[in-house]
Structure formats: C-alpha cells, structure tokens
Design a protein around this ligand. Structure first.
Ligand code: SF4
Ligand code: SF4
Length: 442
C-alpha cells in the first residue's frame, strides 16, 4: 500500500482504500453472480459483486467517486453470499468495508439521506435509548394505533423508510433484566461471557434469557458484564469506522476483566463483527493485541454448544422446522452445520431445508430501512420459499432476519411460528410444549 500515491487514488483517500492485491484476485469468472440478491433482482452487471469490484478498481485507477458508483455500492446488502460462491477466494467482505468507509468520508450525502442515517444511528446502537422506546411502542401496539396507521397507508406514502421501521417493529413483551452471573447447573464445564446486543437486548429479551438458561444447563457459568453497549456492527457495515472502533474498544474493556474463556453471541451480524475486531483495531497501538485476543474468544451460540457437546437432556418437540441461514452466520462465519446438528438432536424435530437458502432475506442490518423496496422484494421471495417447506416453525439465529421474515410472511397472509435457535433448545431442555413455539409470533 505504501507505494500508492495519493494523487493516483482517484475516488479514494489514502486511508485504507480498497486493497489492490485483493481486487486482483478476481478473475471475472462470474460464478458469484447467480448468488447475488441484487443481481437476481435487476440483472445489472454493476449491481453484481463483479461489477462492484470493477468500480472499486476504476476508483483506484483515478476515476472520481460518482453518485452512480456510490449507488451501486449502497445497493449491496453486504450479505457475503459472493464470498461463499467465489472459487478464487476474493475477499469481497474486506473490500466492501474498506469502500464503505471511503464513501462515508468522501461522498456528500443529500440532506434527506443524512437525516435518515442520523436518525438511525441516534437510535439503534444505543441499548438504553432502544429500551426507553419499549414503553411508548407497547402503548401504540396495545391501543392498536400502529395497525390503524399502517392501514391508512399514509406513512408508506409520505415516508417509506419510517414505514419500514414501523412494519419491522416486533411485539414488545415484558422482560426481567438478566443478572450479572447465571451459574452453571451441575458441574461447571466452562466460564463464558455473554454479549446482550442492542436490538436483541431491547426487543428480544426472551432470546437472551433463553441463551443464558441453555448455556447454564450445559454447564456454563454465564457472565453478563454491565455497560457493554453496541458492538459496532451497524456502524462498521455502514462505513462509520471511527464510531465502530469506539464501540469495539468499549466491548473489549467490558469483557477484559470478566475472566471468561469465551465470549458468546446469539446475533449473527454482531458475531461477524466481533470476529473482525483485530482488523478493525489493527492501527490502534493500545488495542490491536487486545482485539486479537478478544476475537479468538468469540463464539456464536451454536458454535459453543456444538463444541461443548450436550449434557442437558433433550425432551421431545413434535415440530417440523425450517432453518433459515442468516447471511452473517453462514456466509460471513461459515456456521451452517452446527445449528442444524443442534436442531436434529432434539427428538421429534423434522428439519426442512428452504429453497434458495443462500439468498439474503433482505434484512441486512439497516438495509431494509435504507432500501425498503428491494428489501421488500427479497423478503417476499424468502417468505414464499419458507412457506413452501410446510414447516410449523421458522428458526434462525439473527434478530434482523426474524423481523424481516416475520413481516413478509404476515404480509402474505400466512401464519408460522418464529423462533431463535436457542428458544427451541430451551423449550426442549425445559420440557415445554411445542405449542408455544408453533404459535410464537414476533
Ligand atoms: S455482498 Fe451480497 S449483495 Fe453484495 S455483492 Fe456480494 S452477494 Fe451481492
Ligand atoms: S468475485 Fe470471485 S466469483 Fe465473482 S467474478 Fe470475481 S473471481 Fe469470479
């Protein structure tokens, strides 16, 4: 990188432009095209992975950053399906994150875009603010005002981005706060830290509670350090590098003295970012080594349960389950077999595969708010494929996917139970009736 002259960078500044060597790995074979959701939707070369890489190359060769270039990069969901599909091992994940940080620094957004992004980032990475919204949202839902507003179609016409936010809001349920330590049931096999997340913590507290119960039942002391905050996933996926680095440092600090062997996460998007902290903080002399050590401890909940092996008895659940691969679990972390093995180990569960399983559901962090139309089309496509499995319950491991898919399935007039993987395991370990899962809505 040192020999790149700033005057030759074109679209990019000298601070980590898209890596030329990584770009050169692309041999233009096109194997990634059929798995790219935006290429599937529009059939445009520049909205394929190969096209976006070509634009990065053009930018490095001196082409200034244009609105059209940015539009094609913005259209990317960051689903990393192309990383899985690429036979040449092109690191599109690293390249698009380098590019997004450049766009954020060097491309002026319109006042409307700025306002929407400011609103999103003033809310989502702040667990306290999200929790504070629970009361007013519950009131809206209990009085039915949210449904009436949706029926008028007014919000959809006037502010489609806000309408998408409203549509995706889950039903707010009661939740008791988690203690700082949930002790292992029986003999202790591991001490693990648990990341509670922003959206997961505020809107899916039941998933966090189930995660702690399952880990404890499997012999883990579960340490839940206070003051964790956001892991930085949304920021890093949207080019807000400095903000993401600040959040990452805070997470590392929160777990530094917790004395845990592993840090467990139950949200796929957060997990892939936590596993990339070493790269995110590589230029920070105080945190680079800490980030590397931290990254080595991170495990998705399915990985740690698979590594430990089961000791808690599984009671039967008579259910047909469709498992949806969250992109940031399957494509970004390579975690595919473990969740399926955990589900298959529950007596009574019949597991069904979803057609086009590698294609994103359209959630992609805040993509479904920033780009509601393509996200809706992808959600509808995913919902049709899920319903076609004939399953009683859809299971996945990411809050964003649950919200997106639930909204699309409901809009198509179908009813399906919706659950996180740990909620299924929790129900089996506790001997609960499968009916709770069959009728579980979001
Ligand atoms: S990350 Fe997903 S949307 Fe973006 S180029 Fe790759 S496959 Fe297409
Ligand atoms: S990114 Fe990989 S799969 Fe796609 S065109 Fe380049 S080499 Fe081929």
């Amino acid at each position: 990188m040192a020999d790149i002259d700033i005057r030759q960078l074109g679209a990019f500044d000298e601070q980590h432009p898209p890596d030329q060597q990584l770009l050169d790995d692309c041999v233009h074979c096109g194997f990634c095209l059929p798995t790219c959701p935006t290429y599937l939707l529009w059939g445009e070369e520049m909205d394929s992975p190969r096209g976006r890489l070509y634009l990065m190359k053009e930018g490095l060769e001196g082409e200034p950053m244009s609105d059209s270039m940015v539009q094609h990069w913005d259209n990317c969901l960051g689903c990393m399906s192309c990383v899985t599909a690429c036979p040449s091992g092109v690191r599109y994940d690293t390249l698009i994150e380098q590019t997004r940080a450049q766009v954020e620094r060097n491309h002026p957004r319109t006042p409307r875009e700025k306002a929407l992004r400011s609103l999103i980032f003033a809310i989502f990475p702040h667990p306290k603010r999200l929790r504070a919204m629970r009361g007013p949202l519950r009131l809206l839902q209990r009085t039915g005002l949210d449904r009436r507003l949706r029926q008028t179609g007014l919000l959809e016409r006037m502010a489609p981005h806000l309408a998408a936010m409203e549509r995706l809001t889950p039903t707010i349920t009661e939740a008791a706060p988690l203690p700082e330590l949930v002790p292992a049931a029986g003999e202790r096999r591991a001490v693990v830290g648990m990341l509670t997340g922003c959206v997961q913590g505020a809107f899916f507290p039941g998933v966090n509670a189930a995660t702690a119960r399952v880990l404890a039942a499997e012999g883990c002391d579960v340490v839940i350090p206070p003051g964790q905050g956001c892991c930085g996933a949304l920021s890093v996926h949207n080019g807000r590098e400095k903000e993401a680095q600040t959040y990452a440092r805070r997470i590392i600090d929160a777990f530094e003295h917790a004395g845990v062997e592993h840090v467990v996460i139950n949200a796929a998007g957060c997990g892939s970012t936590l596993k990339d902290y070493a790269r995110l903080l590589a230029d920070d002399p105080l945190y680079a080594a800490k980030a590397e050590e931290f990254e080595g401890k991170v495990r998705d909940i399915a990985e740690i349960l698979d590594e430990l092996g089961p000791v808690a008895e599984r009671h039967p659940l008579d259910l047909t389950v469709a498992y949806h691969d969250a992109c940031h679990l399957a494509h970004a972390q390579g975690v595919r077999t473990q969740p399926r093995a955990l589900l298959k180990a529950v007596p009574g569960i019949e597991l069904r595969e979803i057609a086009e399983g590698e294609i994103c559901c359209g959630s992609a962090g805040i993509y479904n708010i920033l780009n509601p139309e393509p996200a809706r089309e992808l959600g509808e496509r995913k919902a049709r494929n899920i319903v076609a499995t004939g399953a009683d319950v859809l299971v996945t491991a990411n809050p964003g996917c649950l919200l997106q898919v639930a909204s699309a399935i409901t809009a198509q007039g179908h009813q399906l139970g919706m659950a996180h993987l740990v909620e299924v395991l929790d129900a089996s370990i506790s001997g609960s009736s499968p009916e709770g899962l069959r009728h579980r809505t979001i």
